[in-house]
Design a protein around this ligand. Structure first.
Ligand SMILES: [Zn+2]
Length: 292
């Protein structure tokens, strides 16, 4: 079972942080169109986790994805990391986002992914926040250490029932593998951009479960130059040293060129399903249970 998921935030980021350029919106519109066509040609339905603000400011983008038959999931309201919010802020953020997305597409939103996989051992209460807002499936767990989050103690890399304070969520975690002593993901984001194609396909074919996560920003640059100190600090909420700003620029842009061809090849060659389909296919009675 290979899950196909996308995190959609680019239009919102452009408007809020990167200059509100019409040329960037047009570029994202074109890329999305091409991606949806390619998915339809190969009969795949994905889950697109969209930020709530996208439903408010760019509703046509969310509707276009939904009208093509894909599942719309929630990717927070303003792309702030959940581990930088307290319980009350996370409640408000999730409520606003789910509400805006549901109003936009006229359907229930049941799947969630936190920006930067920001659910970990310090904010397990986030699962309660999600369940209170009608979310039944989550894909926010990155069961290894990473920048901005990670949940190494989760230690499960298959569909898992999460129990916390009387609620239950069906978790679809990222899969990581050990390479030179370090746990890394291979099926999304920067890891997908940096890994050779044959390696990714080989790993996915070997696994009985895999979780992909892509962004339009993996296919074209989102940040076209090194961010100013001010913008960096507003966006990342940390000190924008020269080193940090250059590092972020390289991490965001390395491997973007040629990555579309790689992703489209994967779409052509592999079978995929989205979260709602995976939810139905999974025998939850047999799935591992984690009580947090
Ligand atoms: Zn995101």
């Amino acid at each position: 079972m290979n899950l196909l998921t996308f995190d959609i935030e680019e239009w919102f980021l452009e408007k809020a942080y990167f200059g509100n350029k019409q040329s960037k919106y047009a570029e994202y519109d074109r890329l999305l169109e091409e991606l949806l066509e390619h998915l339809s040609e190969h009969g795949h339905k994905g889950t697109f986790f969209c930020v709530g603000k996208l439903a408010e400011d760019f509703p046509q983008v969310v509707r276009k994805i939904s009208n093509a038959g894909h599942e719309i999931g929630c990717h927070s309201n303003t792309h702030q990391w959940l581990n930088k919010m307290n319980y009350k802020q996370a409640m408000e953020d999730t409520h606003s986002a789910v509400d805006a997305l549901q109003q936009c597409i006229g359907q229930k939103v049941k799947s969630y992914r936190a920006p930067a996989f920001s659910i970990g051992s310090d904010n397990k209460w986030a699962f309660e926040v999600l369940a209170s807002n009608g979310i039944t499936c989550d894909a926010s767990v990155f069961p290894a250490s990473r920048d901005f989050g990670g949940f190494p103690e989760f230690a499960k890399m298959e569909p898992t029932v999460v129990k916390y304070n009387g609620i239950e969520i069906h978790e679809f975690p990222i899969v990581t593998i050990k390479v030179i002593g370090k746990q890394i993901a291979y099926s999304g984001g920067g890891y997908f951009r940096f890994s050779p194609y044959f390696f990714i396909e080989k790993e996915m074919k070997k696994a009985s479960y895999s979780m992909t996560y892509f962004h339009l920003g993996d296919l074209c640059p989102v940040i076209e130059g090194v961010m100013s100190k001010e913008d960096y600090e507003r966006y990342f909420d940390e000190t924008g040293t020269t080193k940090a700003r250059y590092l972020r620029y390289f991490k965001t842009n390395l491997g973007v060129k040629g990555n579309k061809r790689k992703l489209f090849k994967l779409i052509e060659r592999m079978g995929f399903c989205n979260i709602m389909e995976a939810e139905l296919q999974t025998d939850w009675g047999e799935a591992p249970v984690i009580s947090l």
